[in-house]
Design a protein around this ligand. Sequence first.
Ligand code: SF4
Length: 331
Amino acid sequence: MSNSDLVNEAKERALKGETLDRNTIISLLQIDPDSEDAEMLGEAARTVAIAVTGNSGSVWASVGVDYRKCAMNCDFCAFGRKWGLVREESERTSQEIIEIVRRFVSHGARWITLRTTQFYGVDRLIQVVRDIRASVPGKYEIVVNTGEFNEKEAVLLADAGTQMVYHTIRLREGINTRFKPEDRIATLASVNSSPLDLAYLVEPVGTEHTNEEIADIFLTAMKYNARLCGVMARVPLPGTPLSDLPQISERRHAQIVAVTRLAAGYHAPDICAHPPSRLAVEWGANVVVVETGAIPREGEDCKTEWHGFGLDTARDYFTSAGYSFYSGREN
Ligand code: SF4
């Protein structure tokens, strides 16, 4: 089958409400990201994004709560204790988090994500969620991105005012991380059994990963009913073990985003590209991330938005690509 037929068939299947099978996903991932066929793939993904999202772009705003050494020592993460990048540990108070959340919400963030290192503690996180809900009114969803937890804790998170959990099986989980994949899967199952929605990006994608590996991690997201999917590129951070392996190009990133858009169809209506990329937005991503605080891709605690990418720039990415911007306000 030609790439043109492959892309058109994938688009039609997505628009009919199907998800794509592994072989089709791998074939789409094999398209050269620098080719004209990749442009066609991006256009098809953008068409599906219009149908699935109502042509609306939204911002995922993350607050890195604790800047801490983490004993799990993932090979791509700034917080790994062994890499020695975190010198002075710190942690944001509830009041500091509330101020950041207020700012993000007033500028139109749809999701507020509380990101912690692995062992922050679910009880403490529940209290932070309660504090935010008590102080910041508005139409926004709270997401937690933390360590492992069970079904009972998932329900408590939901009761406190959480709508979504970010959790994944990372690429080469158990090889470039010290986790047992089954422990991560147990948390995905806990989310699935709770009222919480799942957000799950294919991550952290680097030049070292095969199309088959990417397809399998994406299909795991679908298996656990991710409502928000997409692709996060690995950022080679000096001092971490994978820092010598290059970052994927923007076109390869956008291509994988486009494939996730076609492959997820209506099943994961929100598709995210991180780091933010205009091309990925033009090729079907309707979510970008604004983040501050403790960031696993950065060698220091960020006092402002990471790489200067804020809500106003995100809005410009979406409107320039022809999306409306979800601002949380009725307008
Ligand atoms: S990715 Fe998470 S678990 Fe791994 S070292 Fe970083 S904070 Fe710890």
